[in-house]
Design a protein around this ligand. Structure first.
Ligand SMILES: [Zn+2]
Length: 161
C-alpha cells in the first residue's frame, strides 16, 4: 500500500459506498493509519491509497484514531474559517482554504454502528478535507488558479526529478 500523489486519476474519481464493514476493511484502515502516521498526516481517505471506497481515517494529536465509513456531512455552519491545509497526496504543499466552521457528520464506525457528531476546529477541518477525497476533490480546488498552477507545477517537477 502506498499513498498516491497528484496526477494519479484515482484521486479525481468519486468513491463508492462501503457495502460491508468487515475485517478486511478494518485491516486496511489499520494499514492506512500506519502509513499516515509515517507521513505525519492527520487524515487519510480510501482513494488516496487507490481504494475507491467511501471511508477515511483521522487521528489528531491527543485524540483517539477514528474511522468514518460512508460519511455524510449533514450540516455546515454559515460561519466559515480560513486555515492552512496540506495533504499527503500533495506532499510539501500548503494553502489557506476557507471552509465552514462547524459541521455535523453522520457515519458508521469500526463496529458497524452509526454515529453523528457535531464538531469544529481541526477535527471539522480534517473531516471536510477527507470527505472531499471521497468526491474526487482536493484542497487545491478551492484556491486561486495562480496558486493552484504553482503547486501543480512544483509537484510535477518533483515527480520528474
Ligand atoms: Zn488530503
Amino acid at each position: 500500500m502506498q499513498i498516491l500523489t497528484l496526477g494519479n486519476e484515482a484521486l479525481r474519481r468519486k468513491a463508492e459506498k462501503v457495502e460491508k464493514i468487515d475485517n478486511e476493511l478494518l485491516k486496511t484502515a489499520q494499514e492506512m493509519l500506519t502509513l499516515m502516521h509515517g507521513g505525519k498526516g492527520v487524515g487519510l481517505a480510501g482513494p488516496q491509497v487507490g481504494l475507491l471506497k467511501r471511508f477515511f481515517v483521522v487521528h489528531l494529536e491527543g485524540d483517539i484514531p477514528r474511522i468514518f465509513i460512508n460519511p455524510s456531512i449533514i450540516e455546515t455552519s454559515q460561519e466559515t474559517v480560513k486555515f492552512e491545509e496540506g495533504c499527503l497526496s500533495l506532499p510539501g504543499e500548503y494553502a489557506a482554504v476557507i471552509r465552514p466552521k462547524v459541521i455535523t457528520v453522520q457515519a458508521w464506525n469500526e463496529r458497524g454502528k452509526p454515529f453523528t457528531i457535531e464538531t469544529d476546529g481541526l477535527l471539522a477541518r480534517v473531516i471536510l478535507h477527507e470527505y472531499d477525497h471521497l468526491e474526487g476533490r482536493l484542497f487545491i480546488d478551492y484556491i486561486s488558479e495562480t496558486k493552484r498552477n504553482r503547486i501543480v507545477a512544483k509537484l510535477e517537477k518533483r515527480v520528474r526529478a
